[in-house]
Design a binder for this molecule. Structure first.
Ligand SMILES: *[C@@H]1O[C@H](CO)[C@@H](O)[C@H](O)[C@H]1NC(C)=O
Ligand SMILES: *[C@@H]1O[C@H](CO)[C@@H](O)[C@H](O)[C@H]1NC(C)=O
Ligand SMILES: *[C@@H]1O[C@H](CO)[C@@H](O)[C@H](O)[C@H]1NC(C)=O
Ligand SMILES: *[C@@H]1O[C@H](CO)[C@@H](O)[C@H](O)[C@H]1NC(C)=O
Ligand SMILES: *[C@@H]1O[C@H](CO)[C@@H](O)[C@H](O)[C@H]1NC(C)=O
Length: 340
């Protein structure tokens, strides 16, 4: 009878947890159904019986010192030894639902990367490498499997996108190829408690293509190959050029549609300023790198549809997405290691 009473209370605790994780845990502790230690709580969440995975993610994502301890204990319950990074991520991302906020994701993925590197010493130079590659894989999953993404990266592109992330050095091609194939053959499954599949959180807005650019001093239109990445617009004379003709950092800029004799135009400008020159650089014909002399950049897309897509991607890049900032900061740290 006592057992039945106890089971009933545990069931009630789970229900409470699913509605409000903190209150649920408190209820279980107060009724002596759970010990108030990070290890016991982590154990309870790891088993996850009857628990909503969104609620688990919310509890593990809390900034409180105690919750961070629980997160660490929870991740330590995962055994990643001899799993490749994709296999480990599959296990990890299935055990709870990743919350949508950048800082929570950052903490959770950092803890994951530490655990993975602890279980698999020598695979990566540092946990930063593991962290960055984990995101590259999550984004690859979206690029390969989301029907809205038309441009599917090849394995070669995946390899080249991950150049230099191993503390300035390259990871073995075999390793990257294996991870790519694994995701290609089987997308990540994640708990979809609320129907949202995180694609939005991780959608990579980067794009590339031909556009026309109006000159700064000489008002002529030039055809340039544009690449949007890392919060910058790069433009090249030819797709195969190694060095860009110009770089426009998008920080502090705004974008708007404009009318011109050319069709499908938009403009990058500094809000609330008329004559301020946009911080940017370009390469002169003789190879010198000079500051740009644009108070605005006017750009024309080949079709109305491409104009919309470029504007959407640039807006996403400009909108200070904390998720991209967090990843960009980590990449900067890793790529600077080579130079030091
Ligand atoms: C559990 O312990 C933590 C600190 O160790 C404390 O802040 C918290 O109030 C305790 N919770 C309960 C329900 O006793
Ligand atoms: C889990 O919780 C989320 C958020 O409260 C809710 O939207 C979802 O329906 C719940 N899932 C299940 C299976 O109960
Ligand atoms: C991987 O892609 C699938 C299919 O688009 C999607 O349902 C899933 O949520 C993605 N996983 C992650 C972690 O983004
Ligand atoms: C953007 O604005 C901030 C604050 O005004 C300034 O510190 C920063 O240098 C600006 N960045 C660029 C690239 O102009
Ligand atoms: C930039 O352009 C303005 C006029 O558009 C011109 O007066 C100025 O000299 C130019 N500056 C440079 C560095 O070329």
């Amino acid at each position: 009878k006592k057992n039945m009473q106890r089971n009933k209370q545990v069931a009630m605790g789970r229900k409470k947890f699913n509605m409000d994780p903190k209150k649920g845990i408190q209820f279980l502790i107060e009724n002596d159904l759970l010990k108030n230690t990070s290890d016991d709580i982590a154990q309870f969440l790891y088993k996850g019986e009857g628990l909503n995975k969104t609620a688990i993610g919310d509890y593990l994502g809390e900034r409180d010192d105690f919750n961070i301890k629980v997160l660490q204990a929870f991740v330590e319950l995962h055994e990643f030894t001899d799993l490749n990074l994709v296999q480990a991520l599959r296990q990890f991302l299935w055990s709870f639902r990743l919350p949508g906020e950048a800082q929570k994701i950052d903490r959770m993925m950092e803890t994951f990367a530490q655990r993975y590197c602890h279980c698999n010493p020598g695979v990566f130079q540092s946990t930063d490498t593991c962290y960055i590659l984990s995101f590259a894989i999550i984004m690859l999953n979206t690029s390969l499997h989301n029907p809205n993404v038309k441009d599917k990266p090849t394995v070669e592109r995946f390899i080249s996108m991950n150049r230099g992330i191993n503390d300035g050095g390259d990871l073995p091609e075999d390793l990257l190829r294996n991870l790519y194939e694994s995701i290609k053959n089987e997308p990540f499954k994640i708990p979809e408690d609320d129907g949202n599949d995180l694609t939005h959180t991780f959608f990579n807005p980067d794009r590339e293509g031909w556009l026309l650019k109006l000159g700064g001093r000489v008002k002529t239109w030039k055809r340039r190959w544009f690449i949007l990445t890392d919060n910058c617009l790069y433009y090249f004379e030819y797709t195969t050029d190694k060095e860009p003709r110009g770089i426009i950092p998008l920080e502090n800029l705004s974008i708007k549609e404009v009318e011109d004799k050319k069709p499908n135009c938009f403009e990058l400008f500094i809000p609330d300023s008329k004559d301020q020159v946009i911080k940017a650089c370009k390469t002169e014909a003789d190879g010198r790198v000079v500051e740009g002399n644009h108070t605005f950049y006017r750009i024309s897309a080949p079709t109305a549809e491409e104009k919309e897509e470029w504007m959407k991607s640039i807006k996403a890049a400009i909108s200070r997405d904390p998720f991209y900032e967090m990843l960009a900061a980590r990449k900067k740290k890793v790529s600077s290691m080579k130079r030091h």
